[in-house]
Design a protein around this ligand. Structure first.
Ligand code: 13P
Length: 247
C-alpha cells in the first residue's frame, strides 16, 4: 500500500491575521500536488479563523492539547474542544514542548493516547539532541520516545510520526537525505519488530528540521521519507515548492 505523502506546516508561535491571510493566499494560488496531504499547524487562538478561510484541500492542526477532556487545567485546551471546532489534527511531542516546556515521554504518550481516543489525528514528534547523536545514542533515545507511545495506544492508523532531530530544528543544519533515511529506516524496523509489519509498512514517517524549498526535493527521494514537518519555511510561499517536492 502506497503511503500518501504528507506535508505539515508548523507555524509555531507565529502569525497574525494579516500574515495568515497571506499564507492562505499563496496556498490557494498553489498549485498544490493533489497527491499530497497538506496540514497547517496553527496557534490555538487562530485555529477557527484560519479554518474559516482555508481552502478545503488543506487541513488544519492544533500544536498541543492536554490529556483529559475538561477540568481545572488553566491555559490548556482539550481534544474535545478541537473536535467541537472541527479541528481534526494535533501536533504532540514537539521538541519545543519537550525541551522548552519540560514535557516527558510519559506525558506525551498520555496526550497521544487521549487525543486518539477522542477522535483527533496526531502528528507525533520525536528526535534526539545533538549531544545524544554525538554520543551515539540516537536510536536509544528515539526508540524510548516511540515505545512510550506504543505502550499506550491501540492503533497507529491515525498517527503520522515526525522525526525531527533537535539539532536540525531552526538551525539551518538539515539532516542529509542519507542521515534522515537511515533513521527512518531504523524506525520502520523497530515498528516491524515491536508493533507489526503492517504498521511498519503503512505508517507515514515524515522528516522535520530546516526543510526548505532548496533541500526538500532530495529528501523526498528517500524511500522511507513520507513527507515533512516544516517550521520557518512554511510561513512563506516556498512552502508550495516543499509541498510539491515529490513531483
Ligand atoms: P524548522 O523547519 O524551522 O527547522 O522547524 C522544524 C520544526 O520544528 C517543525 O515542527
Amino acid at each position: 500500500m502506497a503511503r500518501k505523502f504528507f506535508v505539515g506546516g508548523n507555524w509555531k508561535m507565529n502569525g497574525n491575521k494579516n500574515e495568515i491571510n497571506n499564507i492562505v493566499n499563496f496556498l490557494k494560488a498553489g498549485p498544490l500536488d493533489a497527491n499530497v496531504e497538506v496540514v497547517v499547524g496553527v496557534p490555538s487562538i487562530y485555529l477557527t479563523y484560519t479554518k474559516s478561510i482555508l481552502p478545503n484541500n488543506i487541513s488544519i492542526s492544533a500544536q498541543n492539547a492536554y490529556k483529559v477532556e475538561k477540568g481545572a487545567f488553566t491555559g490548556e485546551i482539550s481534544p474535545a474542544m478541537l473536535l467541537d471546532n472541527g479541528i481534526p489534527w494535533v501536533i504532540l511531542g514537539h521538541s519545543e514542548r519537550r525541551n522548552v516546556f519540560g514535557e516527558t515521554d510519559t506525558l506525551i504518550a498520555e496526550k497521544v493516547a487521549h487525543a486518539l481516543a477522542a477522535g483527533i489525528k496526531v502528528i507525533a514528534c520525536i528526535g534526539e539532541k545533538l549531544e545524544e547523536r554525538e554520543a551515539g545514542k540516537t536510536e536509544e533515545v528515539i526508540f524510548l520516545q516511540i515505545k512510550a507511545i506504543a505502550d499506550k495506544i491501540k492503533s497507529w492508523d491515525n498517527v503520522v510520526l515526525a522525526y525531527e532531530p533537535v539539532w536540525a530544528i531552526g538551525t539551518g543544519k538539515t539532516a542529509t537525505p542519507q542521515q534522515a533515511q537511515e533513521v527512518h529506516n531504523k524506525l520502520r524496523q523497530w515498528f516491524s519488530k515491536n508493533v507489526s509489519p503492517a504498521v511498519s509498512e503503512s505508517l507515514r514517517i515524515i522528516y522535520g528540521g530546516s526543510v526548505t524549498a532548496d533541500n526538500a526535493k532530495d529528501l523526498a527521494k528517500e524511500s522511507d521519507i513520507d513527507g515533512f514537518l516544516v517550521g520557518g519555511a512554511s510561513l512563506n510561499s516556498g512552502f508550495v515548492t516543499i509541498i510539491n517536492a515529490k513531483q
